[in-house]
Design a protein around this ligand. Structure first.
Ligand SMILES: Nc1ncnc2c1ncn2[C@@H]1O[C@H](COP(=O)(O)OP(=O)(O)OP(=O)(O)O)[C@@H](O)[C@H]1O
Length: 696
């Protein structure tokens, strides 16, 4: 183990000398501790493996055996993933003040999960345990009973070795908190591969969000690189740990903007020991048919408008008819007769109860059967279960339901709405004007529910109708990333799935790039079904260096949203803006130079330019990863501007900003996203004039 780094950066000389003298002893202690922790983990692993081997035979039935087997296997997998990784990142040493409470004079090592010794005594405590909170929250101003906080540095190699530690004395009575070098190094560490967790360096304002109550919905408005995604994922891990039992039903769902983003974040939750959280794009969430057609801009705009919810609701409920005559049901030698007024009354009752449509139909069926039963009882008969079931399924009752409350599928309803102008006009009267109705109508060849090719927006509408027919299965908690980009109708798809749950909504109004992007949070939160969620701003930027952020922030005034500019916590990093004679050549040279430094490299250009650049790079012999493929180990990724959201690279090369702005109506927002992907270095290459805000 390398010698520990010195302690307090501002320590007076005498104290420093004393500290240096203490180091060898502290070092030996740390080494012994690490060895014990490794041994304990190895033992836990052996026990878990043994359980996998015997689990199936000791479990009573096949289902239990399978569940147990799966659980144990995932436990083994979790443990195996880190036997020689950094086992802990910090230590809390409580003092003797009353604030220390039951932890008086105790020392706790904090890591990604619990490690216990043979007798079950904790050696490492999970970062999510209540006592760990003080690690993130304690300060010299409010030490929370903590005497000293220690942070460990580890090598990135396997087995990970301790490279040093850093102590902060918190109960010294001074009121200055000194920035930690280890925290700064962690934040500035080059990025390679997928996103990683931040358990060692969660900041107090992030911790507040991570540990918010399960039932509290929060919305995080945070600038680029302020840690929104990190906070959302750590909150998911925290909730799964703290409310294990409640989370069993429905669990946690993380919704992200596209598959490339989900791949990028996919390793974080498993690294935190959580393998069961579902991670989906919105398209996967609404599921259903493959997208087989594209909407015009005008049609997409209407289809994503919240008024469509009312139109679909009306279209569906306009299918319900008035009973027009009595219902006669033959039953052996009898014919039961239900008068039309009775039928009208039960239809009105069920409508007023407003159940989901498909449930309403079944409820009406059982009310009809109830009336038939009354009739039978009037004849001194006591009908049994078999009779009731027969009545419920008999042809006249079903025919009555088909006429008055017809069964329907989402595809049928939408085909009816888009295919039949009269149905559309009736459902949207007073809501959509003639022009809006016209863009919704299918043109050309008649289509049916079977032959229709559905668009991406149609799938959201089909999901809305499915939600009117019956409630979808919900989740206990949903983390929604890039939430500013969701249309009201997409928001409703999420709201439907969290009717009995809570949300963590993450987004940045300045990064809204869809035609329906939100311009304020209250409306968006109302569409998401959580109008009372609190909006919490995060304004410290952990990704983008100050020089780079300063350039990107110049675009803010023209983005038409009111958000606070992000302030970078990073003073490192470089920015180079260069006019070049040939973009492909300059890009190849810039990538060549970047390959000489550590970390990942992202080349970002307007979608239409990118293929040419990729080709130029490949013909220069540079391996280039495709964001849609799993090209692990390839350092250079060519990324269309439209896919850059949420991702980050150590070195970013942005090619021809003017083209990125011109490529779409919300081009300036897109450029803002693109310029804020760099962790350490940003090169901006341009042949044409830069957009005005970036000049000068
Ligand atoms: N407390 C922290 N300590 C260390 N690194 C952090 C911390 N918070 C965030 N980061 C890092 O900063 C980077 C940006 O975080 P993240 O992607 O969560 O930000 P974001 O707000 O979602 O950004 P964007 O809006 O641009 O997608 C990540 O590499 C993340 O690991």
């Amino acid at each position: 183990m390398a010698p520990p780094t010195s302690a307090h950066p501002t320590m007076p000389a005498a104290a420093l000398a004393e500290e240096q003298a203490r180091l060898p002893a502290a070092l030996a202690e740390e080494q012994a501790r690490l060895a014990a922790a490794r041994e304990a983990l190895a033992r836990m692993l052996d026990t878990a493996r043994l359980r996998v081997a015997t689990g199936a035979s000791v479990a009573g039935d096949r289902y239990t055996a399978e569940t147990l087997g799966r659980m144990l296997k995932s436990h083994v997998k979790e443990l195996t993933e880190e036997p020689d990784g950094p086992l802990y990142f910090g230590r809390l040493w409580f003092g003797a003040s009353p604030a220390a409470g039951e932890h008086r004079d105790e020392r706790y090592y904090l890591g990604r999960r619990h490690i216990t010794d043979e007798s079950g005594q904790p050696i490492v405590i999970d970062w999510r345990a209540p006592v760990s909170r003080a690690f993130y929250r304690a300060s010299t101003r409010d030490p929370l009973g903590v005497r000293e906080r220690r942070r460990y540095g580890w090598t990135g190699r396997h087995p990970a070795e301790l490279t040093g530690f850093e102590d902060e004395r918190l109960d010294g009575g001074t009121s200055v908190d000194v920035a930690s070098r280890l925290v700064a190094a962690e934040i500035e560490r080059p990025r390679i591969g997928p996103m990683r967790d931040i358990v060692a360096t969660i900041q107090p304002e992030q911790d507040d969000l991570v540990r918010a109550d399960l039932d509290r919905s929060v919305c995080v408005q945070g600038g680029p690189g302020s840690g929104k995604t990190a906070v959302g994922l750590h909150r998911a891990a925290y909730l799964l740990y703290t409310h294990r039992r409640q989370m069993k039903r429905g669990g946690v769902l993380v919704v992200g903007p596209n598959p490339a983003f989900l791949r990028y974040i996919s390793a974080v939750l498993p690294a935190l020991g959580e393998v069961d959280a579902l991670q989906q794009t919105l398209a996967e969430l609404v599921g259903g048919h493959p997208v087989g057609a594209t909407d015009s801009e005008a049609a997409a705009t209407v289809k994503h408008d919240p008024r469509m919810a009312g139109v679909l609701h009306r279209a569906l409920y306009q299918r319900i008819g008035e009973p027009t005559g009595p219902l006669v049901v033959p039953d052996g030698s009898y014919r039961w007769r239900l008068p039309v007024e009775w039928l009208r009354r039960i239809v009105t009752q069920v409508r007023a109860e407003a159940p989901p449509y498909a449930i309403g139909r079944e409820r009406l069926r059982s009310r009809v059967v109830g009336l038939l039963q009354r009739r039978a009882e009037g004849r001194a008969e006591t009908p049994g279960g078999a009779w009731l079931r027969r009545m419920a399924r008999c042809r006249p009752v079903t025919a009555f339901l088909d006429e008055v409350w017809p069964a329907t599928r989402p595809e049928e309803l939408l085909a009816l709405l888009f295919g039949d102008p009269t149905v559309l006009a009736r459902a949207s009267a007073g809501v959509l004007d003639a022009e809006e109705q016209a863009v919704l109508r299918w043109q050309g060849r008649p289509r049916t529910a079977r032959t229709a090719a559905w668009t991406a927006a149609d799938r959201v509408l089909l999901d809305e109708v499915a939600g009117l027919l019956d409630h979808p299965a919900g989740h206990r908690h949903i983390v929604v990333d890039e939430a500013q980009d969701l249309s009201p109708m997409q928001c409703r798809a999420i709201a439907r799935r969290s009717r009995h749950g809570s949300l963590t909504v993450l987004g940045d109004l300045a990064q809204g790039t869809t035609p329906w992007a939100a311009s304020d949070w209250p409306d968006q939160l109302a569409h998401l079904g959580q109008p009372a969620a609190t909006v919490v701003p995060l304004t410290a930027g952990f990704r983008v260096p100050a020089v780079v952020l300063e350039l990107a922030n110049r675009l803010l005034p023209e983005l038409g949203v009111r958000v606070a500019p992000t302030r970078s916590v990073r003073t490192d990093g470089t920015l180079r803006v260069r006019a070049v004679p040939d973009l492909a050549t300059a890009t190849t040279e810039a990538v060549g130079a970047a390959l000489g430094l550590a970390g990942s490299i992202g080349v970002i250009a307007a979608d239409t330019r990118l293929p040419r650049l990729t080709e130029a790079l490949r013909s220069a012999g540079i391996a280039v990863a495709d964001p849609d493929a799993d090209d692990e180990g390839v350092r250079v990724t060519a990324l269309p501007a439209s896919l850059a959201k949420g991702l980050e690279y150590d070195h970013v090369i942005v090619v021809e900003p003017a083209e990125i702005v011109e490529a779409e109506p919300r081009g300036p927002h897109r450029l803002y996203v693109v310029l804020t992907r760099a962790v350490s270095r940003l090169d901006v290459l341009h042949q044409r004039a830069l957009p005005p805000a970036l000049r000068g």
